[in-house]
Write a protein that binds this ligand. Structure first.
Ligand SMILES: [Zn+2]
Ligand SMILES: [Zn+2]
Ligand SMILES: [Zn+2]
Ligand SMILES: [Zn+2]
Length: 534
């Protein structure tokens, strides 16, 4: 029997005290021996960020982790005092930098909520804390009266940040993307015609001016009212007003037929056609040939082109989905944006048919345009949108979307070999039959469930993401329940938000709606019999 070691092996007496996180000696860290005894090294250790992947020590955080706290401090003890005094947190062996991060930076955690407010949230960070400037303006905007003189300046900064990142200029702002009317688009075009330095040919026709309408390609985003109430098959019974023109995407595979169709639409008063590069009902991706045919036919027939980017922006691995490499030969006339970017209409100055206008100084034209609407946008909406862009640019969210999408798709393919995954990057379409047993909250559509994960750091770590799936994920899910403090009330089986009662499954930490509970199928049995997460 080998001897049982009851004490630590003797260490070299001359060994210098060293941080266990970054492995630097007290000497290198600038902590004198007498201060080591007084606890300076222990304090350092509890706040130390460890090593980066290349083995370089990361030191201590340079700014306070609490949102809105502008303090920067030097040295571990200064931080210990700061957290105790200002935030009433004592840094201890049990409450180190790691716990501090979890408390303040929920974006470091993974999450099995892939509904994210129907895609409204790209992050758990607050966009109002994206920069000190935005944070300050947000505080000031709590009094709308005193904020009025600054509002125009904010709008200008937001627009230039938007243009720098997306290439388009936001023109008008809305409560919801479905509020954008064909009349508004016709107004923008007549405005550009009136203000063009050079006379333009092919002005909008009398019927486009009198009763403008939108046409749309099939399978589009299913709004319940407004000109966007086209696509969702479940919407027919809710639809009010004339039946919209819905075009089959197959039409775009035959350029001559498409051209003839567009000509007849222009004649009938249609001002623009709306499309998406990832079809919202089933995640089908437009082909390059179809995209180019649509752009060319719009250009030659007088129909303007709108790309709805409400869900595809950033998530698809490019600022806008239509900026993915295969679509780069053309730009649309307009984009709809929404969700995390407060909803609005953007214009591409060099887009289809807009490139004919010669408007001189764009800033002057915009000032003139802003004069037309009575209120451009609420400051909070502008600041939210601006903050989101600042974060997206600083942290390269399009790249993150590609990574997060790849990790989740890899996990799903391993768990369900041969699964038909659609969509692009972090806009994932998964067959409903699979999503019902994947124990993840998605955003329901009839045959495919959409997964719209947060693009936070917590979703970038493959090991963490994998730990959310399968039988081992119980403990991580419990931790998330406690740390995040709220669980999305969408059914973990059908991904529907139901108004009636829910059961909470303690094992997978998901809600189960009464419809799914009442069903004969095996989806609910998995949870009731503990065969969850497998
Ligand atoms: Zn250290
Ligand atoms: Zn602080
Ligand atoms: Zn359900
Ligand atoms: Zn369960």
């Amino acid at each position: 029997m080998p001897p049982i070691r009851t004490s630590k092996p003797p260490t070299e007496p001359a060994e210098e005290p060293t941080c266990r996180e970054c492995r630097q000696t007290a000497h290198v860290l600038g902590i004198k021996i007498d201060r080591v005894k007084k606890g300076d090294l222990v304090a350092h250790e509890r706040l130390c960020q460890g090593l980066d992947p290349t083995g370089k020590p990361l030191g201590l955080p340079t700014a306070c982790l609490a949102p809105g706290c502008e303090i920067t401090a030097d040295g571990a003890l200064a931080w210990v005092h700061h957290y105790r005094r200002v935030h009433t947190i004592s840094i201890s062996l049990e409450f180190t930098l790691k716990q501090l991060r979890l408390r303040y930076q929920k974006d470091l955690l993974p999450d099995f909520d892939m509904n994210a407010g129907w895609g409204s949230h790209l992050t758990k960070q607050s966009p109002f804390f994206a920069s000190l400037e935005i944070q300050k303006l947000h505080n000031e905007s709590s009094n709308p009266w005193s904020f009025t003189p600054k509002h125009k300046d904010v709008l200008q900064k937001f627009r230039s940040s938007f243009r720098e990142f997306f290439g388009a200029t936001p023109l008008s702002f809305h409560q919801h993307v479905s509020d954008i009317s064909p009349i508004l688009v016709a107004r923008v075009i007549t405005f550009l015609e009136e203000n063009s330095v050079e006379p333009v040919s092919g002005k909008i026709t009398a019927s486009q001016r009198k009763a403008p309408q939108f046409a749309a390609f099939e399978g589009q985003f299913g709004a319940y009212y407004g000109p966007l109430a086209h696509g969702g098959s479940n919407n027919e019974s809710h639809r009010i007003g004339p039946t919209p023109i819905i075009l089959s995407l197959d039409l775009a595979s035959n350029k001559e037929k498409l051209k003839t169709k567009f000509k007849s639409l222009v004649k009938a008063g249609y001002i623009a056609v709306i499309m998406e590069v990832v079809r919202q009902t089933d995640g089908h991706i437009l082909s390059q040939l179809q995209w180019e045919a649509i752009c060319q036919c719009c250009q030659s027939t007088g129909l303007y082109l709108i790309v709805d980017e409400s869900l595809t922006a950033i998530r698809c691995g490019a600022p806008f989905g239509h900026q993915l490499p295969q679509f780069c030969n053309y730009k649309p006339s307009f984009v709809f944006f929404g969700k995390a970017l407060s909803p609005g209409l953007g214009i591409f100055w060099d887009g289809v048919r807009i490139d004919r206008f010669e408007v001189g100084e764009r800033a002057d034209v915009l000032a003139l345009w802003d004069f037309l609407p009575s209120l451009v946008q609420e400051p909070a909406a502008t600041l939210r949108s601006w903050g989101t862009i600042v974060l997206a640019q600083r942290e390269d969210w399009p790249k993150r979307a590609k990574n997060v999408g790849r990790i989740l798709r890899d996990v799903l393919r391993e768990m369900y070999p041969g699964v038909d995954l659609r969509g692009e990057a972090a806009l994932i379409y998964i067959p409903t039959t699979v999503s019902r047993i994947a124990d993840v909250i998605g955003a329901a559509t009839p045959t495919y469930c959409r997964w719209m994960p947060y693009l936070d750091l917590g979703m970038m770590e493959e090991r963490q993401v994998r730990a959310m799936f399968g039988t081992q994920s119980h403990s991580l899910r419990q931790t998330l329940k406690v740390t995040l403090g709220r669980m999305n009330k969408f059914c973990i089986i059908c991904s529907e938000e139901a108004a009636d009662s829910f059961d909470f499954c303690e094992r997978c930490c998901g809600h189960i709606c009464s419809v799914c509970k009442g069903e004969d199928g095996s989806s609910f049995q998995r949870h009731s019999e503990g065969r969850y997460l497998a």
